[in-house]
Design a protein around this ligand. Structure first.
Ligand SMILES: [Zn+2]
Ligand SMILES: [Zn+2]
Length: 108
């Protein structure tokens, strides 16, 4: 069964399955992605694409996600809101993976 990328609950409605999010989570994630797209920052656009096009996968650990590399789709990074396994993350920079994951793991 397809589960919501944000909360992990099972998705039944075809529109929710297509989006990858339940309707209440989509309100949060879709709004956040739209405001990222309004920014002129390239990294913000990449984070929005991760949220909208999927590619991010949940793990068994709450708040920890597998995020695909933009340069090599065979590479995935383990990422949570505090750290990311990608090169920028290793340098302590805030990468767009973390921007996307922070939105996904935010509880409102
Ligand atoms: Zn959800
Ligand atoms: Zn990263």
């Amino acid at each position: 069964m397809t589960t919501c990328l944000r909360c992990g609950r099972g998705l039944r409605a075809p529109s929710s399955v297509a989006r990858g999010y339940g309707s209440s989570c989509w309100k949060v994630v879709g709004r956040a992605a739209c405001s990222l797209l309004e920014s002129s920052n390239k990294a913000a656009h990449k984070a929005a694409a991760l949220l909208l096009d999927g590619g991010v996968r949940r793990t068994r650990m709450a708040g920890v996600y597998l995020v695909p590399s933009s340069s090599d789709s065979n590479v995935v990074y383990l990422c949570d809101r505090y750290a990311c396994a990608c090169r920028a993350g290793g340098c302590g920079r805030l990468c767009y993976h973390r921007v996307a994951v922070t939105i996904l793991s935010k509880r409102s």
